[in-house]
Ligand binder design. Structure first.
Ligand SMILES: NC(=O)c1ccc[n+]([C@@H]2O[C@H](COP(=O)([O-])OP(=O)(O)OC[C@H]3O[C@@H](n4cnc5c(N)ncnc54)[C@H](O)[C@@H]3O)[C@@H](O)[C@H]2O)c1
Ligand SMILES: O[C@H]1[C@H](O)[C@@H](O)[C@H](O)[C@@H](O)[C@H]1O
Length: 341
């Protein structure tokens, strides 16, 4: 076990349990050393069958457990700031699920804390950057063959939203992925946001503004539209089409298994992110572990996480006021580039 990177996983819910399985069975070079969840039964269940794992109700106790050399944060967004600061205080490399910190003031405190250390410790869990289709689209756009990008048309549909999901969360939890993907694909900051709400679906919980249509403007004049629909009822569908001056390119067309029977042919539709982005999560964690073992931190950074929180907050204000809201970013510390690659 000595050579393996010992990881403390904070939060053993949907994502935490899946990441524990991934660290144990898929990723090489790491092992789960500690698990923390205030719901101790959940922590014990997620750690069941793994050797040498301690289980804690208190996240700080997990960080201080024997053999812990890195932290994976998979608790709910509002718990991330405290967990990130605790990891920074111990000098531990950390992979933090999105949203890094949902409110922009807290997100800025994380930027300042890491910049104060003078070195990167955190990678933010924008896993689409590790998805094969997104990477192909990014390489195509960077190659320049399609010319200048003018528009991105994005679709983000979930089968259903979890209990407690609010209208704001369609933007700061779901669309946070498109915010990061658009910045990364285009290499530009998002500068303003407008949100329209069509008639809510009768399939959505009472009072939830679902679906929404979110429109972003970018610093060099491109437009990014996102249909976000978290109670579509039929599938997990994430698509993106880039329209450029010399052509267009689209990803996410559900190319999956085609099943044929005497009744006809049907294509399988992914029902959740754990299926659609399984390979992306695998690559994301492997890249994080490999970098940590080299003493490095790579991937989406704290500035990307902060920017996503500011843009999402502007989006929530746009949703609530029905107005176009400009994005206002704090000065960027030298530790970070404008949009990390
Ligand atoms: N990258 C993705 O595609 C993706 C997908 C789903 C969720 N997420 C993110 O992962 C995180 C967790 O989401 P989830 O769906 O697993 O939620 P969940 O509700 O299923 O699980 C969260 C768990 O964290 C525990 N918890 C609460 N406070 C804690 C604390 N202070 N320290 C440790 N554990 C704590 C809860 O008891 C629960 O077991 C969120 O930030 C969410 O946005 C990311
Ligand atoms: O937290 C989840 C997760 O980030 C998924 O990838 C996204 O599709 C959902 O909409 C969101 O609620």
């Amino acid at each position: 076990m000595g050579d393996l990177l010992g990881v403390a996983v904070l939060g053993a819910g949907h994502m935490g349990a899946d990441h524990i399985r991934r660290l144990d069975r898929v990723v090489s070079g790491a092992r789960v050393a500690a698990v923390a969840d205030p719901d101790l039964d959940r922590a014990r269940e997620a750690a069941a069958g793994l050797a040498g794992v301690s289980v804690h109700a208190d996240p700080a106790a997990a960080l201080d457990a024997p053999d812990v050399a890195a932290v994976l944060i998979a608790s709910p967004g509002p718990a991330h700031e405290e967990a990130l600061l605790a990891a920074f205080a111990r000098g531990l490399p950390v992979l933090c699920e999105k949203p890094m910190v949902p409110d922009s003031t807290g997100a800025l405190r994380i930027v300042e804390a890491e910049a104060g250390l003078g070195r990167r410790l955190a990678q933010i869990g924008f896993m689409r950057r590790y998805d094969a289709e997104y990477r192909r689209l990014k390489a195509l756009l960077d190659g320049g063959g399609l010319g200048r990008p003018l528009m991105l048309h994005c679709t983000h549909r979930n089968v259903s939203s979890p209990a407690g999901f609010t209208s704001a969360m369609l933007i700061n939890s779901s669309v946070s992925h498109e915010i990061d993907a658009a910045r990364w694909l285009l290499g530009q900051e998002l500068t303003a946001v407008t949100v329209l709400r069509p008639t809510a679906s009768t399939g959505a919980p009472e009072g939830l503004a679902d679906p929404q249509f979110v429109l972003f403007e970018t610093e060099r004049g491109a437009l990014v539209d996102v249909e976000v629909f978290v109670n579509s009822g039929f599938g997990y569908q994430v698509r993106c089409e880039a329209v450029c001056e010399a052509g267009s390119a689209r990803i996410g067309d559900d190319h999956t298994m085609v099943v044929t029977t005497r009744d006809g042919a049907r294509e399988e539709v992914a029902q959740d992110y754990l299926v659609r982005f399984a390979d992306a999560y695998d690559r994301e964690l492997q890249a994080w572990v490999d970098a940590a073992r080299r003493g490095e931190v790579t991937g989406p950074d704290v500035w990307d996480g902060y920017t996503a929180s500011v843009v999402a907050e502007a989006g929530v204000r746009a949703l609530e006021t029905g107005r176009r809201v400009a994005v206002d970013l704090a000065p960027r510390p030298d530790l970070y580039t404008a949009v990390s690659r």
